[in-house]
Each structure stands twice: as C-alpha cells, then as structure tokens.
Design a protein around this ligand. Structure first.
Ligand SMILES: NC(=O)c1ccc[n+]([C@@H]2O[C@H](COP(=O)([O-])OP(=O)(O)OC[C@H]3O[C@@H](n4cnc5c(N)ncnc54)[C@H](O)[C@@H]3O)[C@@H](O)[C@H]2O)c1
Length: 353
C-alpha cells in the first residue's frame, strides 16, 4: 500500500462490508464501521479485527442524516466506502419499501451528510465518497458470450432491488456533477465466499446439502451469473478507493460465468469429496422450483477498465473459490447455525409475480 487512510465503511457488519473492513485493516488503514445491525448483519464477521487499534464501530442508520454527519465530524475520515444496503432480491419482491428507504433515501442522506462534512472541511480534493453498487442495474443479457456489461451500458433495472440501487447510483453521479463531491462508483457481479448470509444461493446449497434437504434451483437453472470471490472484490474496492479517478465508475467481475445449475453441480462434487454421503451424491438432492418473477437471464462483466487503468484482476477461479468457501462453511458451523434462526431465513421468499 502506498499510503494509509482512515476509511468510514457503511455496512461493515455485512458480507462484503466485513471483507472490506478485514482487508483494509490488514493493509494498515484505519476503519470506522457504521452499521445499523439489521437482520443481515453479524458482528462476528469482524471479530478478527475488532480488537485492533485501527478499528472503531458506530451503530447508526444511514437514513439518519444527522447521526451520520455527527459520526463523520467526529472521525474525520479520508474516504467513505458506502456498502450499507438491503441486498436480497427475493426480499425486495415481497417488501420493496425498505429497499427504497435504505438504498435510495439512505444513500441520499449519506451524500448530504458527506457533502456537508466535506464542505465544512474546506472541500479537500483528496476526500473520496465510494459508492458500491451492483451489475444488476444494467438489466439482463442474452446468452451470447460476446455481449457483456461495460461502464457505458445503459441502465435497465428489472427488480425492486436493482431499481433501488440504480436510483442510488444516479444520486451519486448527480452529487458529483452538481456539488463537486469527489465520488467513485463500482458495479460488481455476484459475490460468494466466507461469511455469506445463509439466505443466498451458495450458502443455501451447501447448508441444505449437509442437512439432507432439497437443493432448490429456480426455473431450469440456465440463468448465468459472473461469480466473484468476496476477498477479490474487497481487494478491487480498496484498489479503487486508493487509485481510482474521481467521478469515474469501474465494473468489477470475476470472469467466471456459470449457469446456476453448473454452479450447484460443482458444489455437489466438492461436497461429495470433502464430506461424502453414506450413499449417492449430493446432486441427487437437486430440485427445480418455481422461477423468481422477472429473473434476469444473464449477467456478465467486461472488466477491461479496472484491469487496464488500475491493474486489478481476480486472483482465484470459481472452482478454487468454491473449494475455499465449502471448507469455510464446514469449519464454521456455529456461525451459520446462529443465523439460520433469523426471520425469513430458510423460507422461499419472492414468489409473488
Ligand atoms: N452480494 C453481492 O453479490 C453484491 C454484488 C454487487 C454489489 N453488492 C452491493 O454490495 C453492498 C453490500 O452487499 P452485501 O451482500 O454485503 O450485503 P449484506 O446484506 O450482507 O449487508 C448489508 C449490511 O448493511 C447494513 N445495513 C442495512 N441497512 C442499513 C441501514 N439503513 N443503515 C446502516 N446499515 C444498514 C446491514 O446491517 C448489513 O450489515 C450492497 O450495497 C450491495 O448492493 C452486493
């Protein structure tokens, strides 16, 4: 690392935010973790760094602009990395309101607080507001390997979740153009890895397999995602906050396109090796279930910009990352058992269409 920063991370008790917090501290940055501790949060995710003198925690809701401004003024960070969000597409279908409140209005409050704080400090040109977003804002791609999302792909969100993230991205760009706030924006593909909340596809498959339950595949399993190991994403995000050009957006992907069915079969092969069943394969538990309404067919990232301009590329293939992920879930049963009791986990959500 070239220089140490103080970074205010929102959503640092979640899946990706906690990976950012752990890696930032490992690299010598100071971190202020701001999180409301919703159902998706788990402070155990940052237990390995919580005793560090570089770590501070503030429980606050990003929708509370006054609280965020007070935290900014108290800690005087060099950069904000804004990850706090409602993140589960299926939940956004059943209850879109909180997605609009947190992802759109919460980001608005973050921008206003950051702007007021930054102006109060004399508008330092070194300040950064890094907004972390998703490739889902670009909509759905055809099954054609030549076509990928670039930073210039028009926005076409199709779920309440992706629409709320698209709205937040527009606000971030507007605060840069209108008020000069030094922003950075990243749009990333599907993440997986340690500490992934047990309502998302990969942990659901691992944990249902171990419990002898059905492995649910939405529709015919042909939907394609571009899978990125969460620690590679955290590395990309720190690369952007350290070296990215102000006002610029960067697409981040794993260059690991797989259909959902291929992904689940790979997980079953890994589990068959590491924790063999008394008889048969975990793949025997695969069950096809009603598709998600408006289920996007394919996401795929063209990562040329971040590779050529910032020199970042993913470090693991999806096969390597899945091996590590399965090992982590096998070794961390007490972590995921506690979260399986949380509201909505283990239920089929988002089937209203
Ligand atoms: N998971 C993915 O594959 C993926 C891919 C691309 C982008 N993203 C984006 O990355 C970010 C993090 O995603 P994740 O998967 O780690 O999410 P997550 O659901 O695991 O964690 C979200 C965190 O934000 C906190 N939070 C939620 N509402 C809050 C509020 N009102 N105030 C303060 N804190 C609040 C939660 O308590 C939780 O700790 C999100 O902005 C998401 O849109 C996720």
């Amino acid at each position: 690392m070239e220089f140490a920063m103080k970074i205010l991370v929102t959503g640092g008790a979640g899946f990706i935010g906690s990976a950012v917090v752990r890696l930032a501290i490992a690299r010598g940055h100071a971190v202020v973790n701001v999180d409301a501790l919703t159902y998706a949060a788990c402070l155990d995710n940052v237990a390995s760094v919580a005793g560090s003198p570089l770590y501070a925690f503030e429980q606050a809701d990003i929708r509370d602009g006054a609280a965020i401004l007070a935290i900014l003024d108290r800690h005087q960070p060099d950069a904000v990395m804004h990850l706090a969000a409602e993140s589960h597409v299926d939940r956004s279908i059943d209850g879109p309101g909180v997605f609009i409140e947190t992802n759109v209005m919460g980001t608005y409050q973050m921008l206003q607080a950051a702007r007021q704080h930054w102006e109060g400090r004399g508008r330092p040109g070194t300040f950064r507001f890094h907004h972390i977003s998703t490739d889902e804002v670009f909509g759905s791609l055809p099954h054609d390997p030549q076509v990928k999302f670039t930073e210039d792909t028009p926005y076409d969100p199709r779920s309440p979740y992706s629409a709320s993230k698209a709205g937040s991205d527009h606000l971030v760009r507007a605060w840069h153009e209108t008020y000069g706030l030094p922003v950075l924006l990243t749009n990333c593909s599907n993440n997986y890895g340690p500490f992934h909340f047990p309502e998302k596809l990969i942990p659901v498959i691992i944990l249902n397999a171990l419990a002898g339950k059905a492995l649910p595949i939405y529709g015919d399993g042909s939907n394609i995602r571009d899978w990125l190991y969460v620690e590679d994403h955290a590395d990309a995000l720190l690369t952007v906050v350290e070296k990215g050009a102000v006002g610029r957006s960067y697409n981040i992907g794993g260059e690991n396109e797989r259909t959902n069915l291929e992904l689940v079969r790979t997980l079953c092969e890994i589990l068959d090796r590491k924790r063999p069943k008394a008889s048969g394969s975990y793949a025997d538990q695969i069950t096809f279930v009603t598709d998600r309404p408006g289920h996007d067919a394919r996401y795929a990232i063209d990562p040329t910009r971040i590779r050529t301009e910032l020199g970042w590329r993913p470090s693991v293939t999806v096969e390597e990352g899945l091996e590590r992920t399965v090992d982590w879930y096998l070794a961390n049963e007490s972590w995921w058992r506690a979260l399986q009791n949380r509201e909505g986990v283990g239920q089929r959500l988002g089937v209203k269409g």
